[in-house]
Design a protein around this ligand. Structure first.
Ligand SMILES: *Cc1c(COP(=O)(O)O)cnc(C)c1O
Length: 356
């Protein structure tokens, strides 16, 4: 090892789901939305003035902040916008998690949290989910340097009740509680209304899943004005111009097309519900999902085998080779047609692997 390497910030990076180069595959591995963004996004793109790209964008992202605040019934100073919720969450870790006490999050959860904690040298402690993957709220009522919980949780898809989440927020007035609501729009309940009641609550959401905009990178946090100010102070000390002009324009169009949003979300929910029935018929077990994916396991066929067999058939799902979840597959909800093909492939794999 070179001597300068002693002073390098070393981290084991997060590994995102595969983005295969082939286009004729069924991609159910990164929880993207199978439907295109709103047609108003296309219109906004066509109206972008290319000559304006020579100018820096608005560092305050004011118009998009305003559109999001209006959609959520909040004031502009209660909303922070970042480049994907990954950016918002990373900024929040840096801003709010600076205690000597450890930050708490579930042992089975979004696998970026421990990476950010390591990156920013934040101590953390994971709290084991129960065997049925539910959260024990009492785990989060000990002294801590902050809390982050996704609701619905990833990769399980399970929703914790608003009262369970509120009891965690209420028990932690000395630290910031971040609720990562990346999947909340697929039928779960948001706790965003609680930001008026608790000044230690930050709710994070994204355009990547329910608004079909993963490629644009738009995420946002909602909290009281003081939290948002602290987030902005850190952001402006890091990079003032995080979001480009084109993204601001398409983001605004996406959030303003409420009808399109409601109808695509409803389509995904109804697809999810019939896929649950089909998986159940095939003998799969899974926690009841409130998200745009299902976390499924089969008692007779190893998840790793199903993963490989599906891949051979051009169907990509997500497999995590990690303790407690290494016999599960996280399957994103695609279109009815894609999910029909998935079910057919699973029937074939089952008859191949089960000789009963
Ligand atoms: C997808 C996801 C995110 C990040 O989404 P962005 O594309 O960065 O907005 C954050 N948290 C969870 C739990 C997710 O699944």
């Amino acid at each position: 090892m070179k001597r300068w390497e002693a002073n390098v910030r070393k981290v084991v990076p997060y590994v995102p789901g595969e983005q295969p180069k082939e286009t004729d595959i069924i991609k159910l591995n990164t929880n993207e939305n199978p439907y295109p963004p709103s047609p108003m996004v296309l219109e906004a793109l066509q109206n972008v003035k290319y000559e304006d790209l020579r100018l820096y964008p608005d560092p305050e992202i004011s118009q998009l902040v305003h559109s999001i605040a209006a959609d959520k019934g909040l004031d502009d100073n209660q909303v922070f916008v970042g480049v994907g919720s990954d950016d918002v969450l990373a900024m929040s870790f840096m801003t709010f998690f600076n205690s000597d006490k450890p930050v708490f999050f579930p042992d089975i959860t979004y696998s970026f949290y421990d990476v950010w904690a390591d990156l920013f040298h934040i101590k953390y402690e994971t709290k084991a989910l129960r065997d049925d993957f539910t959260i024990d709220v009492n785990d989060y009522k000990a002294p801590n340097g902050g809390i982050v919980i996704p609701n619905p949780n990833a990769p399980t898809g399970l929703e914790a009740s608003s009262s369970a989440i509120e009891s965690i927020i209420a028990a932690n007035e000395d630290s910031i509680v971040i609720i990562d609501e990346a999947y909340v729009d697929f039928g779960a309940r948001s706790v965003v209304s609680l930001i008026e009641k608790y000044d230690n609550l930050l709710v994070v959401q994204t355009f990547s899943k329910s608004r079909s905009m993963a490629g644009s990178r738009i995420g946002f946090a909602m909290g009281n004005a003081k939290l948002i100010k602290y987030l902005n102070d850190c952001k402006y000390s890091f990079n003032s111009y995080t979001m480009d002009r084109i993204t601001m324009a398409v983001g605004q169009a996406a959030i303003e097309d409420v009808d399109y949003f409601n109808s695509t979300v409803a389509d995904i929910i109804s697809t999810r519900e019939w896929v649950k029935d089909e998986l159940d018929d095939l003998g799969f077990v899974f926690p009841d999902s409130s998200a745009n994916f299902i976390f499924a396991s089969h008692p007779d066929i190893a998840a790793a085998e199903i993963f490989e067999e599906l891949k051979k058939r051009g169907i990509y799902v997500r497999y995590f080779n990690k303790p407690r979840i290494d016999n599960y597959l996280r399957i994103t909800i695609g279109t009815d047609e894609q999910m029909g093909q998935l079910i057919e492939a699973l029937k074939e794999i089952r008859s191949l692997k089960c000789h009963d």
